[in-house]
Ligand binder design. Structure first.
Ligand code: MG
Length: 388
């Protein structure tokens, strides 16, 4: 078994929405294919994945550095010991040859999407959904059928303002979501509190609402927000300050009695180690949100899980950033706390294939082999184009 070709296509992300720092109208995602010489039903078996959402497409890095390294490797050096598929850890080690440690930026997303394509490939070779392949690989014998899922959104609607937020959350509720996350930090504190109270009214309980500052605040602003937010007993307060400012995170974890969530912008095991060493994360409440597609793939993600569990945290407090089909399989396969969902936004990657949402705040994977990306109507034409 060998790799015949590696391909990438850059797919524009649909949606002109903003959080406190970023407008996504010009964002893009790399859709990646690993095409093998294994032929089934007249077609080569191919692994498909993408580098999550939020860090742009990485076609340049993939074509200039990572694809050539893989194509130059003798096929047998990449295979699992039983030759049933490719060993993602060997793939990761090989593509990272001659890369210096530290400075995990865009290359972490490039490699993340590429490594995940091998998980899709292995699952297709085995004829099983990816979550089963993931569970077996990491010794998880108790895979649940469904996982909790929350709707992430609550964007700023400059024209419709508060009514826009209310309409958006009611729309998610109509889809069966019960828990929601809204943006803060893109308006004044008093306006954000009005938005929060409107969201709580719709959800019926403050425990169902999380807020996300997207790393926007300096220490003083984060403390001001923490003071105001504390009385609401929210689901969590996400990324109050810069994701690499562990000192700020530690201050807020002391000042804010509710759960803090962070980690979506940490791309390596060592970054995660620094968060648990210096960020003040509390084992009984705080939430980790690392995202395999942004952080070198599932192999590195599993190492991050090892770091937080060694520090006494439970994987039931891990809710990966992402809101798409790949991370649904990751959450199911590794038995994590739950999933994010981006209903209707960040297309064609955000959200799930039909049949995944149970209408009562939980999600299941479809049983198609791999991540099931081909079952997502908006994504299928891009996959067809990539493989044509
Ligand atoms: Mg976030």
């Amino acid at each position: 078994m060998k790799i015949v070709e590696l391909r990438e296509c850059t797919v524009p992300l649909q949606g002109n929405i903003s959080n406190a720092l970023v407008n996504f109208s010009s964002h893009s995602v790399s859709l990646i294919a690993v095409i093998t010489d294994v032929v089934r039903n007249g077609q080569p078996v191919s692994g498909i994945a993408f580098n999550s959402i939020g860090r742009f497409a990485q076609g340049g890095l993939l074509r200039e550095r990572f694809f050539p390294r893989l194509m130059a490797a003798p096929a047998e050096t990449l295979l699992k010991t039983d030759s049933s598929g490719f060993d993602p850890a060997k793939v990761l080690a090989l593509v990272m040859a001659n890369e210096k440690p530290g400075g995990h930026g865009d290359r972490a997303a490039a490699v993340g999407g590429l490594e995940l394509a091998f998980w899709d490939l292995n699952s297709k070779l085995a004829g099983e959904p990816a979550y089963r392949q993931i569970a077996a690989s990491y010794g998880n014998n108790t895979v649940g059928e469904t996982v909790p899922v929350y709707a992430a959104g609550g964007y700023y609607h400059p024209q419709k303002r508060l009514n826009g937020l209310v309409d958006e959350l009611k729309g998610y509720q109509d889809l069966g979501f019960q828990d929601f996350k809204i943006k803060i930090g893109g308006a004044s504190l008093s306006e954000d509190i009005k938005r929060l109270e409107a969201a709580i009214k719709i959800a019926g309980s403050s425990h169902r609402i999380a807020v996300d500052a997207n790393g926007r605040f300096d220490l003083e602003t984060a403390q001001n927000y923490a003071r105001e937010l504390a009385e609401y007993e929210l689901r969590w307060f996400e990324e109050p300050g810069d994701p690499l400012d562990f000192e700020l995170n530690r201050h807020i974890s002391k000042a804010y009695v509710g759960p803090i969530a962070t980690g979506e912008n940490l791309f390596s095991t060592v970054d995660t180690l620094n968060l648990v060493r210096y960020g003040g994360m509390r084992t009984d409440k705080d939430i980790f949100q690392m995202d395999p597609g942004l952080s070198y793939g599932l192999t590195e993600f599993a190492r991050m899980l090892g770091v937080i569990e060694t520090a006494g945290h439970s994987r039931s407090f891990v809710y990966p950033h992402g809101g798409h089909m790949i991370n649904l399989h990751v959450v199911l396969g590794l038995g994590l706390g739950g999933c994010e969902a981006y209903p209707g936004v960040f297309q064609p990657f955000g959200g799930y294939a039909s049949g995944c949402l149970d209408g009562q705040g939980r999600a299941r994977a479809i049983e198609a082999p791999g991540f099931g990306l081909e079952a997502k109507p908006g994504l299928k034409p891009w996959i067809d184009r990539l493989l044509a």
